[in-house]
Each structure stands twice: as structure tokens, then as C-alpha cells.
Ligand binder design. Structure first.
Ligand code: NAP
Length: 298
């Protein structure tokens, strides 16, 4: 029986595991995909203290290294179901585990436009990761969709590789950080297309050859990068009564859900600020609070 099972090895889950290990808890980290989570897809991080200008994969590597150095137990197994009773059960693709407490730090995955052939073109002209796929579009014309910080920062990254980047946003105003908006506007090879939307993907030989916009405009681009927000990873909570809003888990100011012994932190929770630094601190806070509660109960 574990004291704590943490679902997700993004920065929030790893930060929580460090605090749990230091508190001498029997802790297990579970990850269904890549340790580091969303960070792996960020080209450059300028706002995580002590790591100025670090690449996302480098930060993810450092985090994973820390897990290994601290001998924190982890398993690369996807969680499929959890059952919540006095003893909590976590089922994965490979195993069934028992635990006293659970921290859900499963993050979220990129939202897609919902256009015909979009999924089929992933890796063939459509991408949700500039860092992974940007280099395939060296000196080519591409487009980025979205108006948040992700679209802005990744458009800037791509503009250093591609010959031209169209940044397509459905409104006049961007919702991303002011500093990023300023940089995007100053970049010579980024062309803004505002108040417009992609409505059709044009294909040739199973590869993206261009896009059609709502305004009727067509663009002969070879790459389309989609940054229009995220959907939280909560499918495995289907057999629980954990309270959610818009798919995001509701927590109190100690990261506690409505179920005793179940906490959530990072991007999977409903909140105002989705930043690397806050995800890390929420994971730590959840464990500190959980441990204080457990100590006061004994
Ligand atoms: P976001 O802030 O939710 O922005 C999503 C954008 O996509 C919005 O501009 C939205 O348009 C647009 N959009 C949504 N659905 C669309 C659709 N179907 N068609 C066309 N456009 C659509 O998401 P994000 O940019 O990924 O950022 C997520 C969080 O991470 C934010 O809190 C952000 O601050 C943080 N972040 C920070 C940094 C950083 O460098 N500090 C970098 C990346 C992300 P509307 O504006 O019209 O709704």
C-alpha cells in the first residue's frame, strides 16, 4: 500500500514527488506518456526562476534526472481507472495499486480545430509542437492558429526557421502576454491575419498543401501549427464523483478535491493561471497539506 500515488510526471507531479520523498512517504509516480509532460513541447522557457532561456526538453530532462537521483519510484504505465473508497485503487494498463492518497497531476492535451482530415494530416503538414516539427519547415511558408501565449511564443520560434509565418486569430485582440504580442508585431516575417478562421484544409498526395479561411482567402502553406488551447486529461476519472467544471478538476486552496485523500494540481485543475511555476508550487503545496493532515490524524 502506498501513502501517495501521483498521476502524471509533468512538473507538478514531479515537484509533488520530491516533497513526498523528503517527507518519507511511500510514493509512486505514474506516467502514461513522456516524463516532463507538456514542457517537452515548449521551445523556450524564460519565466521559470533559475532556468533562464532553457529549452522545454532540457528542463524535462533535469526533472527526470532529479527523480532518478532521489530514487523516487516511478512507472511508465497509463492510468485507466481509479476507484475511491477508504483504500483507493489505481488501475493502470499493467497493474492495480492500492494507496491512501492520490494526487492527480495529469495535465491536458492540445485542442484541435475539428476540421475534416485534421487528425489524418498530423505529421503530414499539421502539428501541435513547433519544437518537435518546426525544422521540417525550414525556409517554407507556414501558419500558426491561435491568439494566446502559446500561439504567440511558438510563432516567434517558428519565424526563425520558416521563411514566413501567418498568425491567424479569430478576433482582433490577442489574449496572450503583452511582451509576446509586442515581439510578434515587430517580427518582419510574421504576418497577422485577424478576425479570420481556418475552415478547410487543402490536401495533395495525403499532405497539407494549403488552407482556406472564412474570409474566402486561401494560403498556400506547407505547415499548420495549432495552438488553440487544451483539454484536460481526466478520462480515467469516469468512475469517481470528483467535482469538475468544463472538464477541469475543482480544488480548494490546498489543492484538495471534494473527495478526502484526493488532490489535484497543475494544468488539470480549474484556475486562472496556467504557468510552469504555479504548477510546480501547487504540486508541492498539495503534498505539504496532505502530510500535515495525515500527521494530525495520527
Ligand atoms: P489560451 O490562452 O486558452 O488561448 C487559446 C487561443 O486559441 C485563444 O486566443 C482562442 O481564441 C483561440 N481558440 C480557441 N479555440 C479556437 C478555435 N476553435 N478556432 C480558432 N481559435 C481558437 O491557450 P494557450 O495560448 O495555449 O495558453 C494556455 C495557458 O498557458 C495560458 O494561461 C497562458 O498564459 C499559458 N502560457 C504561457 C506561456 C508563457 O510564455 N508564459 C506560453 C504558453 C502558454 P479567443 O481568444 O477568441 O478565445
Amino acid at each position: 500500500m502506498y501513502d501517495l500515488i501521483i498521476i502524471g510526471m509533468g512538473i507538478s507531479g514531479i515537484s509533488a514527488s520530491i516533497y513526498a520523498k523528503r517527507a518519507n512517504l511511500k510514493v509512486l509516480l505514474l506516467e502514461g506518456s513522456t516524463p516532463g509532460g507538456t514542457i517537452n513541447k515548449i521551445s523556450k522557457i524564460d519565466n521559470y526562476p533559475g532556468n533562464f532561456n532553457i529549452s522545454g526538453p532540457d528542463l524535462a530532462y533535469n526533472l527526470f534526472n532529479e527523480v532518478n537521483k532521489m530514487e523516487i519510484e516511478y512507472k511508465l504505465e497509463k492510468v485507466t481507472d481509479i476507484l475511491l473508497d477508504k483504500v483507493k485503487i489505481v488501475k493502470t494498463t499493467n497493474n492495480v495499486y492500492e494507496t491512501k492518497n492520490i494526487l492527480i497531476a495529469s495535465g491536458r492535451y492540445p485542442k484541435m480545430l475539428g476540421l475534416e482530415n485534421e487528425e489524418k494530416l498530423l505529421g503530414k503538414g499539421i502539428s501541435t509542437c513547433a519544437l518537435c516539427d518546426g525544422i521540417f519547415y525550414k525556409n517554407k511558408e507556414i501558419a500558426v492558429v491561435g491568439g494566446g501565449s502559446s500561439a504567440l511564443s511558438e510563432a516567434l520560434y517558428l519565424a526563425n526557421i520558416a521563411s514566413k509565418v501567418y498568425l491567424i486569430h479569430r478576433r482582433e485582440e490577442f489574449r496572450g502576454e503583452k511582451e509576446l504580442i509586442k515581439k510578434v508585431k515587430e517580427k518582419d516575417n510574421i504576418k497577422l491575419i485577424l478576425n479570420d478562421e481556418v475552415i478547410k484544409l487543402d490536401i495533395k498526395n495525403d499532405t497539407l498543401k494549403g488552407i482556406t479561411l472564412k474570409s474566402g482567402k486561401t494560403l498556400n502553406i506547407q505547415g499548420l501549427f495549432i495552438y488553440i488551447g487544451f483539454i484536460p486529461n481526466t478520462d480515467f476519472l469516469k468512475n469517481t464523483n470528483i467535482k469538475m467544471e468544463d472538464g477541469y478538476i475543482l480544488v480548494d486552496n490546498h489543492q484538495k478535491t471534494n473527495i478526502n485523500g484526493v488532490y489535484a494540481s497543475g494544468d488539470v485543475t480549474k484556475k486562472d493561471i496556467y504557468q510552469i511555476v504555479s504548477a510546480a508550487s501547487e504540486g508541492a503545496e498539495a503534498v505539504i497539506y496532505m502530510n500535515q493532515l495525515d500527521c494530525s490524524n495520527t
